[in-house]
Design a protein around this ligand. Structure first.
Ligand SMILES: Cc1cc2nc3c(=O)[nH]c(=O)nc-3n(C[C@H](O)[C@H](O)[C@H](O)COP(=O)(O)OP(=O)(O)OC[C@H]3O[C@@H](n4cnc5c(N)ncnc54)[C@H](O)[C@@H]3O)c2cc1C
Length: 382
């Protein structure tokens, strides 16, 4: 089949690599001039790797990731450093950390030369007509995959948009430049309307994120100063991680998810994938994982014989059911982690301390389970 993909983010690139490996003729349209990654680090759980393995990409992604988190004590702490939930080394969920830029390079390296057309803002056509228009020139495909992110214009063009919602908090991300060994413990630290996360990266640097409850669009002025003021008094190594990150390397994004999930992930011969289909808050660390699951599910279902409609309907059924749980769960986790009133913070902390570490790990493992789709019409690939 001829497949046009709008967007060369993680979802679009994994879909492109999986579909191209199956012999489809794939073109990816990316509006940015260089289809690299904006972002610092990323964690991927076992579900993402199960999906990547199913389409032959698991080892490529494993090669740029590592599991230093698994060798550390992790869990949730208070700003004083007191543990709310503590998971001993080797007992946490299987999770690998990576640099987004390295993940993008590895995925791009999997694609045939010329697959990605950078600097092309693509327009999808109403009703899911499989046509993509760039600068007034249109190309017809058998299928168009919209992997164009949380503010997907294709979702609007196909009549599937229900808007986005500001989650109520903003997140900074940074990566330390020095390879000093800052920490033997990782995880998140929860204060009142403020949170800090520590993730070791494969090359001994550290990825961290800092989240503050804030009005949408707040101008923080001197952002490094705000970070030092809000988090500088928190437990070690948080102040040292902030000091080891140049201001030029800081990223900040207000956090949005979809206000409501689209009534369908499919319109005609158009398919929504990744954040375009189900942008969720990052509180369960599953957004990219779900984009990868989408991509693998689509590639595997298109291997079957039988009508394309049946494969697309099955994609819609499987992916909306799975993503809905995580979209809701992420919101809930965000609300809990960003609790800000003294009463809510006290209640949350009591609840967390009462939870056996094994329960938290089991809950995370349940989330990180991916089910390979069954073919609707098993047989020869289309
Ligand atoms: C602070 C933060 C931390 C996160 N941490 C994690 C984590 O640890 N683990 C995890 O699994 N997820 C995490 N996520 C979520 C994850 O980053 C996203 O879910 C994931 O990157 C979505 O990928 P995507 O390909 O669907 O969309 P995007 O990455 O948004 O890619 C969309 C692409 O489409 C392009 N595009 C848009 N419109 C057009 C157009 N008209 N024409 C051509 N191109 C277009 C854009 O330029 C972009 O390249 C985090 C998110 C945030 C904000």
């Amino acid at each position: 089949m001829r497949i046009g993909i709008i967007g060369a983010g993680i979802g679009g690139l994994v879909a492109a690599a999986g579909l191209q490996a199956d012999g489809h003729d794939v073109t990816v349209f990316e509006r940015r001039d260089a289809p690299g990654a904006i972002g610092a680090g990323l964690t991927l759980f076992a579900n993402a790797f199960a999906a990547l393995d199913a389409i032959g990409l698991g080892d490529t992604v494993r090669a740029v990731g590592a599991d230093p988190l698994g060798r550390m004590r992790s869990g949730q702490r208070r700003p004083s450093g007191r543990w709310l939930v503590s998971v001993p080394p080797g007992s946490g969920p299987a999770v690998r950390s990576l640099h987004r830029a390295e993940l993008h390079s590895a995925l791009l390296g999997h694609l045939a030369e010329g697959t990605v057309r950078a600097g092309c803002t693509a327009r999808a056509h109403p009703g899911g007509e499989p046509v993509v228009t760039v600068d007034g020139t249109s190309a017809r495909f058998d299928l168009v995959v919209a992997a164009d992110g949380v503010r997907s214009a294709a979702r609007g063009a196909w009549g599937l948009d229900r808007g986005v919602r500001y989650a109520g908090y903003t997140a900074w991300r940074g990566v330390t430049t020095s390879r000093r060994h800052f920490a033997v413990e990782a995880g998140e630290t929860w204060g009142a309307g403020a949170r800090f996360g520590i993730v070791p990266l494969p090359d001994d640097r550290f990825y961290w994120f800092a989240v503050l409850t804030a009005t949408e669009g707040t101008d923080f002025g001197d952002e490094p100063a705000v970070l030092r003021q809000r988090f500088g008094g928190w437990h070690a190594p948080i102040p040292a991680l902030l000091d080891a990150t140049p201001a030029s390397g800081l990223l900040r994004h207000d956090i949005y998810d979809l206000a409501a999930l689209p009534p369908s992930c499919v319109a005609g011969r158009g398919v929504l994938l990744g954040d375009a289909a189900h942008a969720m808050t990052p509180d369960l660390g599953q957004g990219a994982g779900q984009a990868i699951e989408d991509a693998a599910t689509l590639a595997l279902l298109l291997r079957g014989a039988g009508p394309l409609d049946a494969a697309l309907n099955e994609y819609d059924r499987l992916r909306r059911r799975r993503a809905r749980k995580l979209w809701r769960g992420s919101r809930l986790a965000g609300r809990l982690a960003q609790a800000s009133s003294p009463v809510a913070v006290a209640a949350r902390d009591v609840l967390m301390r009462a939870m056996p570490p094994g329960a938290a790990v089991r809950a995370s493992a349940r989330v990180a389970r991916w089910q390979e789709p069954q073919q609707v019409f098993p047989g020869e690939s289309r």
